[in-house]
Design a protein around this ligand. Structure first.
Ligand code: C5P
Length: 224
């Protein structure tokens, strides 16, 4: 199957409080983004990559993988969803009927989990995401608890997320137009009425957000 890969990497990473966006911080001798790409390149069906970065990003041109020729730089947008949509607009949906979207900031996703997602979606011909069931008791509230939220049936949504390219492009365009809050690809697909599979992955697929996450990512990366 021909699956294009989109990596949104145009965030500024404010919560990290570092001197550069988190995708360019060092993780075991390479940048976070390089580690993410290295992971995805181990999946043999992923051969064409679209990476959304800020127009004035000074770090991108120095990345080690760029010599390979299967990478296309795309202009990042104001929100993650805009970055992804910009990338989708560059993809020929006939050549790449499926698109896998994966955060630059998730460098330790397991190869087997990515393969599992691809197998499930293609076998059922339905889009899907990696996710894990919520483990903790869930509360709603601000400074005081208003309510305990029923935990069964709640999931943490991760990336990668895999969808038919043309459907996702239309759903994202329409959802953004309608002002829907689109924090991942699945939210746009749900809003458009498309089914989305929940494929159980592993909770070590962390998104690097705060400084302490880097140490954890290092641990996971060195473990496998
Ligand atoms: O900020 P957050 O951690 O949710 O971002 C998830 C991913 O989306 C990151 O890899 C980040 O670089 C990317 N992003 C983007 N364009 C934006 C905001 C975030 O590509 N405008």
């Amino acid at each position: 199957p021909n699956i294009a890969t989109v990596i949104p990497a145009a965030g500024v990473g404010k919560r990290m409080q570092a001197d550069r966006p988190k995708q360019y911080l060092d993780l075991c001798g390479a940048t976070v983004l390089e580690q993410t790409v290295r992971r995805l390149q181990q999946v043999s069906v992923l051969q064409q990559f679209y990476i959304a970065v800020s127009p004035d990003d000074p770090y991108y041109p120095a990345l080690s993988f760029l010599q390979q020729g299967c990478f296309q730089r795309v202009q990042g947008g104001t929100e993650r969803a805009n970055s992804v949509l910009n990338a989708l607009q560059q993809i020929n949906a006939e050549q790449y009927p499926w698109v896998l979207v994966h955060d630059a900031a998730r460098p330790v996703v397991r190869l087997a989990d990515v393969q599992m997602l691809i197998e499930h979606c293609l076998a059922q011909n339905v889009g899907g995401i990696l996710a894990t069931p919520v483990r903790d008791t869930m509360k709603r509230g601000t400074s005081q608890i208003e309510q305990t939220v029923e935990r069964s049936g709640l999931w943490h949504a991760y990336t990668p997320q895999l969808f038919p390219t043309a459907l996702l492009r239309t759903a994202l365009t329409d959802a953004l137009c309608a002002g829907v809050a689109v924090t991942d690809e699945a939210s746009a697909m749900e809003w458009a009425g498309h089914p989305v599979l929940l494929v159980p992955g592993h909770a070590d697929n962390i998104k690097i957000t705060q400084a302490e996450d880097l140490a954890l990512a290092r641990f996971y990366l060195e473990r496998n």
